[in-house]
Design a protein around this ligand. Structure first.
Ligand SMILES: [Fe+2]
Length: 314
């Protein structure tokens, strides 16, 4: 970075909108309702907003406009008790395998999600999750920030037997496996909210990078924010574009340079895995992959509406 870029207000603003994985810490006390229940232990790293934690005053976190972004880490054998929100919440799996269960009237439908799969937890649906695999799970959670009310617990081990809580409220024999072709109403409902990475079409933009739409046109129906997985080959970049809402790039693999322009001045930052840049509404910005390997990037856009952004090769 040159001296001018270091000194300029635009460079400072870009730095302030960058969440570096290595500057952050996982918080093992983000969720007070888990305290005293080792089986519920999970850690949260907040990038944008508090993401369902009451720790809204965290100054190392970027301010949320229309969405939050955080990472959640959970070890094998641990689970999250069945609860619901008045907002939609997405889980994007980064590493490991996660069982997510949706409960209704004592029956639970469970889906096993792998890396790059996503579930959008519907409003008011009881949901929990559990790590049954041999490796820990790292996932990215986003919620909308409409009304950040505390979660409502349906089967917390405080009030229910541990076996029932671990099964998200299903008694033995009342767990149904996820099946998009299944006839059970819970299977049918869940099928509208699960994205398998390998099932989503890969869209190649003329600008030379790929997109898989998770939430938005071509992906799940929704009314909060668009979510896409981008693949940016080595030495590909796109010209500056402007959105009328904020967006965020969270690098999953490889590295990605994000640039901003304001009044003819340009600044850039290179992101590595688990680094994020949030760009405010109205700011001209671009991306470029200077690395030798492809970059895989999670892209969240602060509106459910499509926009007329056309990506052009730089
Ligand atoms: Fe939740």
């Amino acid at each position: 970075m040159n001296m001018r870029a270091t000194a300029s207000p635009l460079a400072a603003e870009l730095k302030a909108h960058t969440g570096r994985f290595t500057d952050k810490e996982f918080d093992w006390n983000a969720f007070p309702s888990n305290a005293g229940f080792p089986d519920l232990a999970r850690a949260q790293m907040r990038y944008v907003g508090a993401g369902g934690s009451p720790k809204v005053g965290d100054t190392s976190t970027l301010k949320a406009d229309n969405f939050t972004v955080s990472l959640i880490y959970k070890e094998p054998g641990k689970y999250a008790a069945c609860h619901s929100h008045e907002i939609e919440e997405s889980f994007l799996i980064i590493d490991g395998a996660l069982i997510v269960g949706w409960e209704r009237d004592g029956e639970v439908c469970e889906v096993n999600l792998g890396p790059k799969d996503m579930i959008l937890n519907a409003r008011e649906i009881g949901h929990g999750f559990r790590v049954d695999g041999v490796e820990p799970v790292l996932m990215s959670i986003s919620v909308d920030v409409g009304k950040p009310l505390p979660p409502v617990y349906h089967y917390h081990p405080k009030e229910h037997a541990p076996e029932l809580a671990r099964a998200f409220g299903a008694k033995p024999g009342e767990t149904i496996k996820f099946d998009p072709a299944g006839d059970h109403p819970l299977q049918k409902l869940m099928a509208q909210y699960v994205i398998r990475h390998v099932d989503q079409p890969t869209i190649w933009e003329d600008a030379g990078f790929s997109r898989k739409v998770y939430v938005g046109e071509g992906g799940l129906g929704h009314d909060t924010c668009r979510k896409e997985m981008w693949g940016v080959p080595s030495r590909v970049g796109i010209k500056g574009f402007v959105r009328d809402v904020e967006d965020a790039f969270l690098v999953l693999e490889g590295s990605l340079t994000v640039g901003w322009e304001d009044n003819g001045e340009t600044v850039e930052v290179e992101l590595g895995p688990r680094d994020l840049v949030k760009t405010p509404a109205g700011r001209k910005h671009w991306i470029r992959n200077d690395g030798a390997g492809a970059a895989t990037v999670w892209h969240v856009i602060g509106s459910s509406k499509g926009d007329d952004v056309v990506y052009e090769a730089a």
